[in-house]
Design a protein around this ligand. Sequence first.
Ligand SMILES: [Zn+2]
Ligand SMILES: [Zn+2]
Length: 259
Amino acid sequence: MIVDLHNHTPLCNHAEGSMDEYIQNAINANTKYFGFADHAPMDFDPKYRMKFEEMQVYEDELLYTKEKYKNKIEILSGYEVDYLPGHMDERVLDAKVDYLIGSVHFLEGWGFDNPEFIGKWEEQNIDEIWQKYFDTIEAMAKSKLFDIVGHLDLIKVFKFMPNKDIPSMAKNALIEIKNAGMVLELNVSGYRKKVSEAYPSKALLEEAYMLNIPITFSSDAHKPNQVALFNDEIVQLAKDVGYKQCAYFKNRKMFFIDF
Ligand SMILES: [Zn+2]
Ligand SMILES: [Zn+2]
């Protein structure tokens, strides 16, 4: 991937490998802009994220590696932030990083993508869960707190698919993403999950393209060997839909590069 903005570090307690190992693999894959966006601290679900006290360590280490590798690759800094009203913290929202990814991993406190809580899928109406998910993405976009939409249709992770038409369910969310000037990430982590396709699906990406919503790419790597995996698939998907450029951020400002 020429741009790869969503990658994790062991600080989140569920990723492994050193920053150097991730970066080395990105260099080998000819990535030009490689960003870490680890799970930001939050007073909810603290087990799967860094602590507030670790933000400084994380940001310092990113500056250090940026300098260390400046002749080989450009390292960018970000956070993956949970859109969860009542639990978003100024220290994260005002962090001095290049960008913030807004992600929805919780619906009313339910971690729907966590295998630990998969049982809850059986107790609810799948169409309603999906609609609630996209309504939450819509609210996230309206908050205008973030630069990038993380894995737009993560709700499909376990392949509990709705009966209703997905692009219609996501329509208002996409309109608000456009209004907020946000970028959509093409995230390959879905290829590693039961659903075995990218986030978002081709059908949703086509809607985004018609609305002129820009894209970026991400490995969402939680291990160094996941960096740039499925690069060919994701680039082909973007090209098939019509995209020619992808976005990256420096200091919360958007730039574009051809891919
Ligand atoms: Zn993670
Ligand atoms: Zn995520």
